[in-house]
Write a protein of this length. Structure first.
Ligand SMILES: Nc1nc2c(ncn2[C@@H]2O[C@H](COP(=O)(O)OP(=O)(O)OP(=O)(O)O)[C@@H](O)[C@H]2O)c(=O)[nH]1
Ligand SMILES: [Mg+2]
Length: 613
């Protein structure tokens, strides 16, 4: 007896392949792992016909794989996969509620020249959405049989079996030409879907109407800008109250500890070290959660995919694609979730570039540093009548400087270390939906957990280390600047030599020691250096006064420039190491950011000194 014919069940993710495979094979399946891969190999004979063996392959969007799972499918289909022979026929599953999108892959598969049958699945859902597809017209256009199915109710299976057996007997269908590029395929898919769709259904109609406005070449970008503006506005205004609660809570705890413990190193450690340090970090939680609430809601409505689409042209100018938009937007809250979100970028070079520029987006940890600096050196005056505050303009400029630097760096990286071929942007635009609360809440929980873990581990250890470095060796009784005797002071003294050309004095150099680990601690570190104690507000006010009194303007500007670029977050380095699986890229990131920071500060300092004198 000859070996059975192999029929591969393929299609886009989540279209019902496994449900169909289960229904067609009954319970006689074999499940094993492909050697060396974590991908499951699920096979089983067709019910009632042992001469046909079905294999359920991982879902994929195209013949260009985006993940190792998808690569298994495409390799098997091309016949280049070692652990599986090339299938004799393809059973391609298509989601009837999303025809245009799924057809693109069908057209690509059609070019393989293998016998093929299409299961137009989920026809029950399509009927519910009042989508009406002419299956025989579709079969005619594609030149292969199309069978309407409902996999979960075993509807259409008998017909599907018969058509599959027939297709195997008839051999490869005649070749049809749909074009040469992915864009051609997409265009052909849209055209066919349009031609065979008798009624497009309610959801598609709404989506089409909305997209006419939201993807409009002029109105689209304007609306996107307005949404982003509102979003950042909300992040700052809504977060104000909860941030005050957190600050009050920490102050309350500090008072409690102060009442409980006698004056001494333990009190200092708990109150000035741990509570002040960790408090300075978790105070950003409200801002981060509000920004992510916006992102997650917009994502679950389907709008974020449109935003990426709109941003694609701008991103393409520097060699990135639109998918980098969401990771970079997230990085305005914190680079860590931003870098992790870069996983959605399929192209490894694009993903790497996105990860490397994420720290240039102004994260919320820079805000208190900017606020204190601006408060200290920029006069609180208004421009253009009473419309625009000068301090606000400087803040905006600092944000903008980060974005522009990121675009330039991306352009350079894409031409050098992350050189890759240009990609056509293929993003499936999902139907619009009402946002799902569960999705938003689990997303928020995940972000909060990540962030708090960082506060609880890295920031906590840094705070402890800082406290130790600043407290020992102890200064002699009555010393004017106790810190100068401590380890922080000693290390600051060494660093001052390096930082003198960019205008940093001993105090800044000393504060940079702990500030390298996490940006937020820079202000409390300056407080320590200037021997300013008390609650967070008192430290901020004290540091502001100290800067105004002791720093020259060029030094303050140079420090701002430093903060735009310098890598000062251990967690970012750690997450980059994890996401790029090695030390090469995090070290590269450290190096280029330091170089950029030093050069920017040097230029700022020298130019400002020349102008101001
Ligand atoms: N209403 C309806 N639901 C279906 C149908 N076919 C599958 N489903 C459901 O759709 C979901 C996805 O089905 P799967 O069979 O896991 O899809 P898949 O294509 O194997 O997905 P991946 O392996 O992740 O690519 C499941 O919840 C199924 O129960 C159908 O014809 N009608
Ligand atoms: Mg499956």
């Amino acid at each position: 007896m000859s070996s059975p014919s192999l029929v591969a069940v393929v299609g886009n993710p989540n279209c019902g392949k496994s449900a169909l495979f289960n229904a067609l094979t009954g319970l006689r399946q074999k499940v094993a792992n492909y050697p060396g891969a974590t991908v499951e190999r699920r096979t089983g004979p067709l019910l009632g016909n042992d001469h046909i063996e079905l294999v359920d392959l991982p879902g994929t969007y195209s013949m260009t794989p985006r993940s190792p799972d998808e690569a298994v499918t495409t390799d098997v289909l091309k016949g280049t996969f070692k652990a599986e022979r090339r299938p004799d026929a393809i059973l391609c599953v298509v989601d009837a509620t999303n025809l245009a999108q799924h057809l693109r892959f069908v057209i690509e598969l059609r070019a393989l020249g293998v016998p093929m049958v299409i299961a137009l699945n989920m026809t029950d859902l399509a009927a519910r959405e009042r989508i009406n597809i002419d299956a025989s017209a579709l079969a005619h256009k594609l030149g292969v049989p199309v069978v309407e199915t409902v996999a979960v109710r075993k509807k259409g299976l008998q017909d599907l079996k018969e058509k599959t057996i027939e297709a195997l007997q008839m051999g490869a269908p005649s070749t049809l030409y749909f074009g040469a590029s992915v864009r051609d395929y997409q265009r052909a898919a849209r055209k066919i879907a349009k031609d065979v769709t008798l009624s497009e259904g309610i959801g598609h109609k709404t989506t089409r109407v909305l997209d006419n406005v939201l993807l409009h070449p002029v109105a689209g970008p304007v609306i996107l800008l307005a949404i982003l503006f509102l979003m950042f506005q909300a992040v700052f205004s809504w977060a104000e109250a909860p941030m005050t609660w957190i600050e009050d809570g920490i102050a309350y705890l500090q008072t409690g500890v102060n009442d409980l413990l006698p004056e001494g190193w333990l009190l200092s450690f708990l109150s000035d070290g741990i509570l002040a340090g960790v408090g300075a970090v978790i105070v950003f939680l409200p801002q981060i959660l509000i920004l992510f609430a916006f992102i997650l809601v917009l994502e679950s409505t389907g709008y974020m995919a449109r935003a990426a689409f709109l941003m694609d042209r701008l991103m393409a100018a520097v060699g990135l694609n639109g998918r980098a938009f969401i990771p970079l937007l997230s990085s305005f809250a914190c680079a860590i979730p931003g870098i992790m979100a870069a996983r959605t970028i399929a192209d490894p070079k694009d993903r790497l570039t996105t990860i490397l520029i994420a720290p240039l987006m102004t994260c919320s940890a820079r805000i208190p540093v900017y606020t204190v600096l601006i408060g200290a050196v920029i006069p609180n005056t208004t421009l253009f009548g009473n419309w625009v505050g000068l301090q606000g303009v400087v803040m905006f400029t600092l944000y903008l400087a980060g974005i522009i630097a990121a675009l330039i760096v991306a352009a350079v990286l894409k031409r050098t270390v992350a050189k890759g071929k240009a990609h056509t942007f293929m993003l499936e635009l999902p139907k619009y939906q009402t946002p799902r609360l569960a999705y938003v809440l689990t997303g928020l929980y995940e972000r909060a957990r990540l962030f708090l873990r960082r506060a609880g581990t890295i920031i906590l250890s840094v705070t402890i280390l800082l406290w130790f470095l600043a407290s020992f060796p102890a200064a002699p009784e009555g010393a004017a600047s106790p810190v100068s005797y401590s380890l922080v002071g000693i290390i600051g003294g060494w660093l001052e030599v390096i930082f003198a050309p960019i205008g940093f004095n001993w105090e800044i150099s000393a504060a940079l020691v702990p500030g390298m680990a996490a940006r937020e601690v820079a202000i409390s570190a300056l407080g320590t250096v200037y021997s300013i104690g008390g609650s967070e507000e008192m430290v901020e006010a004290g540091v502001r006064a100290a800067i105004a009194a002791n720093w020259s303007l060029p030094t303050a500007f140079s420090f701002m420039a430093w903060f735009i670029f310098a890598p000062q977050c251990l967690s970012t380095i750690a997450v980059t190491r994890r996401e790029t699986a090695g030390w090469k890229w995090p070290l590269f990131m450290l190096g280029y950011l330091f170089a950029l920071a030093y050069i920017a500060s040097f230029i700022t300092y020298q130019v400002a000194s020349a102008i101001i004198g």
